[in-house]
Design a protein around this ligand. Structure first.
Ligand code: ATP
Ligand code: MG
Length: 369
């Protein structure tokens, strides 16, 4: 028999006493983070001591995230850019894609997360998946494409950190088809919450909204960008919470971004009229407004030492969902969303690498003082 650590033995014992025990319960029993338990379970499966199938049962608290996963490469030039020749610079890379960022934030907050997306059979795809796996995210429903490379965003910055140009190679995401959703439907429909981003093709979004009519889970949507927001259908009545920023809201409503003249409350009201049961409309440093069922209020941004604003919106969605799924009020979820976005923009990365429930709670307490 393979060599087992003390924790692995304890996990095996709990599972053999109750094969239906969830990861969160094991975590509670052993006083460890759920993500740690998930990693041990993956190891027990690979040692052949757990037969995955018997164990992978629908956990009612699961959040399934469906959408885009991408590899970001950034190049900072040391000199003024010269076209038509090679320019010396410094490269860095990070993991991105709105839904991937949301899933990473949720996993770091000990939420049971599952990811549905697509990557290429290449180095970037393997790295993205390996990081998700190490965080305890269930990646069993991620498809590997053998004819498209992993989605990639490449950005070139000048020495003043202004974007010179960017290249988005996202074609692979069009292969997240309605058929993939159908294949994963039992996995999706057994979730507590499903979050999708508008990196999905419109027919795939429509398929999820259609199938959701007979399902029990709650659905949140992040609109991603002005152009991708237009992938939503006119009827938003299957959406429980629509997360969108001011420009994306204008785009859904078919107004040019600056010409509608409507304030964010009016925009949210119009989105509710399209059927969405709730709208969280973000507006950068001005914070966000909530218009969910009967609750309408504004939550200001927490003042923060801004280092990198990218990822703020994704963090807000994750903070909000992590709270609301645990039964908290909309007001509490809104505050946690604002706190996680503030915490995120105070770091270099689009997802804070040191994030944990404790760090988030400490930050909220500290901001109360
Ligand atoms: N400059 C800022 N100062 C303080 N808080 C900010 C700032 N920018 C964003 N935030 C916080 O993050 C939240 C979401 O930001 P924003 O409206 O920019 O989302 P977004 O456009 O979806 O961003 P992204 O998609 O790039 O992550 C805001 O409601 C606010 O709480
Ligand atoms: Mg956003």
């Amino acid at each position: 028999m393979a060599e087992l650590s003390k924790t692995e033995k304890a996990i095996l014992e709990l599972i053999s006493n109750n094969p239906f025990i969830g990861q969160s319960n094991i975590a509670q029993e052993l006083n460890l983070a759920r993500s740690t338990i998930a990693v041990h379970i993956t190891q027990l499966v690979s040692k052949g001591l757990l037969l995955g199938r018997g164990y992978i049962l629908p956990t009612s608290q699961k959040v399934t995230c469906i959408g885009g996963v991408a590899f970001n490469r950034k190049y900072a030039l040391n000199v003024a850019p010269v076209l038509g020749t090679s320019n010396p610079g410094v490269s860095s890379q990070s993991h991105g894609g709105v839904i991937r960022n949301i899933a990473e934030n949720l996993a770091r907050l000990d939420v049971d997360v599952s990811l549905i997306s697509i990557v290429g059979e290449d180095e970037s795809g393997r790295e993205l998946l390996s990081q998700m796996r190490s965080l305890g995210v269930d990646i069993s429903q991620v498809v590997l494409s053998n004819d498209r490379p992993t989605a990639e965003y490449v950005a070139i910055f000048d020495s003043a950190n202004e974007l010179v140009f960017g290249v988005a190679s996202m074609g692979i995401l069009d292969q997240i088809t309605p058929a993939q959703i159908e294949r994963s439907w039992s996995h999706i429909s057994s979730s507590d919450w499903v979050v999708l981003d508008c990196n999905l093709p419109s027919e795939t979004i429509e398929k999820i909204l259609y199938l959701k009519q007979k399902a029990d889970f709650k659905l949140a949507v992040d609109t991603v960008s002005i152009s991708k927001a237009k992938r939503l259908p006119r009827d938003l009545s299957m959406i429980d919470i629509l997360f969108t920023n001011r420009d994306e809201a204008n785009s859904i409503l078919n107004f040019g971004s600056d010409i509608s003249g409507l304030d964010i409350n009016e925009l949210a009201t119009l989105l509710r009229k399209l059927g969405s049961k709730g709208v969280v409309l973000t507006d950068g440093a001005n914070g966000h407004i909530i218009n969910i069922e009967e609750e309408v209020f504004a939550t200001p941004a927490l003042s923060s030492n801004v280092i990198n604003v990218s990822g703020a919106g994704d963090a807000l969605v994750a903070g909000f969902i992590s709270k609301i799924r645990s039964g908290a009020s909309v007001c509490e979820a809104s505050k946690v969303g604002a706190a996680l976005s503030a915490l995120t923009i105070e770091s270099e990365m689009d997802v804070r690498q040191d994030l944990s429930v404790d760090i988030l709670n400490d930050y909220i307490l500290q901001k109360k003082d």
